[in-house]
Ligand binder design. Structure first.
Ligand SMILES: Cc1cc2nc3c(=O)[nH]c(=O)nc-3n(C[C@H](O)[C@H](O)[C@H](O)COP(=O)(O)OP(=O)(O)OC[C@H]3O[C@@H](n4cnc5c(N)ncnc54)[C@H](O)[C@@H]3O)c2cc1C
Length: 515
C-alpha cells in the first residue's frame, strides 16, 4: 500500500524492477543539498541542477586575494541538523568539519555606544540584562520560559511536519492560540520587558529569517531558546565548508551535482512532474522533481500557468515578501582584534527604520548593520595579519524602485563611514578586497522574486499551511524545499524543509515496487 502520497494511477518513468528511480533537485542551496542527501539515503538516484557556477545558493563562497568570503549564512544555530545528514551517510560531521562555538553569540552596539553581549551563558546573560535594564531581569526570565514553550511546539513539533492539508493546520490551532502566535515577536517581548533597548536585544533575531519583529508571528521568539539550547557555531573553513561537505556526501552516494545548469521549465505529464527542461534546451526525465529555487519565482517562471490553481501570478504578486539586503564583503590589511565575530551595529531608529524597510519600501539614509568577522574564529579565512569581513544592512526589496546600479556605491560609502566612526577606525586606508551584493543581484543572480533575501515574509498568514506546500498543491510528484516553503528561511528552517520530505516521498524501493 502506498502511504506517502504517490498516486498509483500516475505514469512512471521507473524501469520495471529498477530500485533506483530518479529524483531531480532544482537548486543547490542548503535546502536542495539536504534534500539530495536524504533522497540518496533512501535509495534515490539524485541529480542536482544548479544555475550558478558553484553550489550553495545564498551560501556560495567568494575568494579574493586570499580572503574567503561566505556570501550568506554565518550564524549556525542547530548543528545537529547537519550531523543528522552525515549520519544518514554513515559518517560523522565532526570527523570532517570542526564546529566552533561562538561566544558571545552577538555583541550588540546601540547608537549611543552602549554595548550588550548576548550569549548562551545564563548567568552572564542575567548580569548583562541587570546592567542594561535592572528592572527587567524577572521579565527576561519569563520571556525565556515563554521562548522555550514556543520552541517545544513550534520547532520540535511543527517544523519537520508537512502542512499540506488544512486539517494539519486545524490540529495545531489550539497550540498556536495558547502560545499567542497572533502577536508579533516584538509584541510578545514587550509583554515581558519594558526597556526599549532590551526589547531590541530580544527581537532583532527575526530579521535573520527575513521577518520584521513588529509583524512576524511570535512563534519566531523560539529563536532565543533555540540559540540557548544548541548554541551558535561557526565551522572552521567557513560556512562554505558545510556546502562542500554536503556535495561530498551526495557524490559519495552516487548522486551528481551539475553547475551552470539552469532549469527553464518543470515538465508535466498527466498532472505530474516528469522531468525538467534546462535553459540549454536539454531535457532530463525524472520520477520526482524537488524544487529548491525561490518558491514564488519557481511557480511564476518554471511551472506554466495552466498547471497552477493556487499559486497564480496574481496571488504571488499580492503576497508579502521579506526585506532584501545590501551586503559589502571586504578585507582589511590589518586585524581588528577587539571586534567580535558577530556584531549588530544599531542605528538611531528601530521601529521607524523597519517601517521604512517593510511597509514604506523606502531606502532610508540611516541603517542598522550586522558585521561579520569570521577571522575572529578562523584566522585562516584571510592572509596572515589580515581580517575578512562582511557587513549587511536590511533594505527594502525591489518594490522600493531603488536603482541599485546608481545607489550601490554611495550606500557602500555611507556604510564604510559608519563602520569607521564606530568599530573600525581608519578603515578607509585598510581595505584590500571589496565586493557588493545588492537586491538587484538577489533577483538576477539568485532568482529571488523582487530580490527578497529570505523569500515570503514569515507572517502568520503566510506560515505553515498558508505557505507553498512541501508537496506541491499544483502537480503530483513535485516537492518544494528551501526558504520559500514550510517552515521557512534560515538554516534550521531550510534543513527542516528537507526533513519534511522523508514523510512525503517514499523510499526508492517503495516507489519502484509500487510502479
Ligand atoms: C546575507 C545572508 C545572510 C544570512 N545569514 C544567515 C545566518 O547567519 N543564519 C541562518 O540560519 N540563515 C541566514 N540566512 C538565511 C539563509 O542563508 C537562507 O534562508 C538559506 O540559505 C536559503 O537556502 P535555500 O535552500 O532556500 O536555497 P538558496 O540558498 O536560496 O538557493 C537556491 C538555489 O537555487 C538556484 N536556482 C534558482 N533558480 C534555479 C533554476 N531555474 N535552475 C537551477 N537552479 C536554480 C539558485 O541559483 C540557488 O543556488 C542568510 C541569508 C543571507 C542572504
Amino acid at each position: 500500500m502506498l502511504t506517502f502520497g504517490v498516486d498509483p494511477a500516475l505514469p512512471t518513468l521507473v524501469r520495471p524492477g529498477s530500485r533506483h528511480p530518479h529524483a531531480v533537485v532544482i537548486g543547490s542551496g542548503f535546502g536542495g543539498l539536504a534534500a539530495a542527501v536524504r533522497l540518496g539515503a533512501r535509495g534515490w538516484r539524485v541529480t542536482v541542477l544548479e544555475r550558478l557556477a558553484q553550489p550553495g545558493g545564498r551560501a556560495r563562497v567568494h575568494r579574493i586575494d586570499g580572503h574567503v568570503f561566505d556570501a550568506g549564512p554565518t550564524v549556525i544555530t542547530a548543528p545537529h541538523l547537519f550531523e543528522e545528514l552525515w549520519a544518514l551517510c554513515g559518517k560523522r560531521l565532526g570527523d570532517e568539519i570542526e564546529m566552533r562555538p561562538v561566544a558571545p553569540f552577538y555583541r550588540i552596539r546601540f547608537d549611543d555606544g552602549t554595548e550588550f553581549d548576548y550569549s548562551g551563558d545564563a548567568a552572564a546573560m542575567r548580569a548583562e540584562v541587570a546592567r542594561l535594564a535592572p528592572g527587567d531581569v524577572d521579565g527576561y526570565e519569563r520571556f525565556l520560559r515563554t521562548s522555550r514553550a514556543i520552541f517545544e511546539v513550534g520547532f520540535e513539533q511543527l517544523a519537520h511536519r508537512p502542512f499540506d492539508r488544512w486539517t494539519d493546520m486545524a490540529r495545531v490551532l489550539p497550540d498556536l492560540l495558547r502560545l499567542e502566535a497572533w502577536r508579533s515577536v516584538h509584541g510578545l517581548a514587550a509583554r515581558h520587558v519594558r526597556d526599549p533597548k532590551l526589547r531590541t536585544v530580544l527581537t532583532f533575531q527575526s530579521l535573520l529569517v527575513g521577518g520584521n519583529p513588529f509583524a512576524t508571528t511570535s512563534v519566531y521568539c523560539l529563536i532565543a531558546f533555540l540559540e540557548r539550547h544548541w548554541g551558535v557555531h561557526f565551522p572552521l573553513g567557513g560556512t562554505g565548508r558545510l556546502v562542500r561537505g554536503l556535495v561530498g556526501l551526495i557524490e559519495g552516494q552516487g548522486g551528481e551535482l551539475r553547475c551552470n545548469a539552469g532549469v527553464a521549465e518543470i515538465l508535466v505529464k498527466d498532472g505530474a512532474a516528469c522531468g525538467v527542461k534546462l535553459e540549454s534546451g536539454a531535457v532530463l526525465a525524472a520520477d520526482i522533481v524537488v524544487c529548491n529555487a525561490d518558491s514564488a519565482q519557481a511557480y511564476r517562471t518554471l511551472l506554466p500557468a495552466r498547471h497552477r490553481r493556487r499559486w497564480s501570478d496574481r496571488r504571488i504578486e499580492r503576497a508579502r515578501y521579506s526585506m532584501s539586503l545590501f551586503v559589502w564583503y571586504f578585507g582589511t590589511r590589518r586585524r581588528y582584534d577587539e571586534v567580535a565575530h558577530h556584531t549588530i551595529v544599531l542605528g538611531p531608529r528601530y521601529r521607524e527604520l523597519l517601517d521604512d524597510i517593510f511597509e514604506r519600501k523606502h531606502l532610508a539614509d540611516d541603517f542598522s548593520l550586522y558585521l561579520h568577522r569570521p577571522t575572529a574564529t578562523d584566522p585562516a579565512l584571510a592572509p596572515p595579519g589580515r581580517d575578512t569581513f562582511y557587513v549587511l544592512a536590511p533594505v527594502p526589496h525591489l518594490q522600493s524602485g531603488t536603482d541599485w546600479r546608481v545607489q550601490a556605491e554611495p550606500y557602500r560609502a555611507a556604510v564604510q563611514r559608519r563602520l569607521q566612526d564606530t568599530l573600525l577606525p581608519g578603515l578607509e586606508d585598510e581595505i584590500t578586497a571589496s565586493l557588493m551584493l545588492t537586491p538587484q543581484q538577489f533577483q538576477d543572480e539568485l532568482g529571488s522574486f523582487r530580490g527578497a533575501a529570505f523569500g515570503l515574509e514569515p507572517v502568520l498568514t503566510q506560515s505553515a499551511w498558508f505557505r507553498p506546500h512541501n508537496r506541491s498543491e499544483e502537480v503530483g510528484r513535485l516537492f518544494l524545499v528551501g526558504a520559500g516553503t514550510h517552515p521557512g528561511a534560515g538554516l534550521p528552517g531550510v534543513l527542516s524543509s528537507a526533513r519534511v520530505l522523508d514523510s512525503l516521498v517514499p523510499t526508492a524501493e517503495e516507489f519502484a515496487h509500487a510502479a
